[in-house]
Design a protein around this ligand. Structure first.
Ligand code: ZN
Length: 146
């Protein structure tokens, strides 16, 4: 069995649990997902973009519960279970990224601190594919949310 691997290696490094964005070499603007080909800063426009690991912690900016099964290639539970999607403002750089809340996480509210975690998306003949999800930070010492 091949080792577990990121389902989107250009976007997510499962080994370090880091999202991978792009940073403009000229003005420092950050982008995620890393599919941009040129800087979107209207005063820059440089094509010198480099892969950039992003912060693995952030704050919930908004969230919603999705009650509809997204179309393939989305992988969902059977029967389908609604899931929470978060908009998270990353700790450094002010970038806000979307992602799912782990089904194992405590519920979240706007302003809660969250951390990236790695979870299994699926297992097939090619092995285990891993994805990122967010989980609410809880203090291990007090059991009180961060
Ligand atoms: Zn730029």
């Amino acid at each position: 069995m091949p080792p577990a691997r990121s389902a989107q290696p250009a976007w997510f490094d499962a080994e370090s649990t880091r999202l991978i964005g792009k940073a403009c070499a000229r003005c420092g603007s950050l982008f995620f997902p890393p599919t941009v080909e040129y800087c979107r800063n209207p005063r820059c426009g440089s094509a010198e973009l480099q892969p950039q690991p992003l912060a693995h912690r952030g704050t919930v900016w908004s969230w919603t519960r999705n009650h509809y099964r997204p179309p393939a290639p989305y992988v969902s539970t059977d029967p389908f279970e609604p899931y929470v999607v978060l908009a998270v403002e990353l700790e450094h750089g002010g970038l806000t990224v979307l992602g799912q809340l782990s089904p194992l996480s405590a519920p979240v509210e706007v302003g809660d601190a969250v951390t990236l975690c790695t979870e299994q998306l699926l297992e097939d003949e090619d092995g285990i594919q891993l994805v990122w999800r967010w989980t609410r930070e809880v203090s291990e010492q007090t059991g009180v949310t961060a």
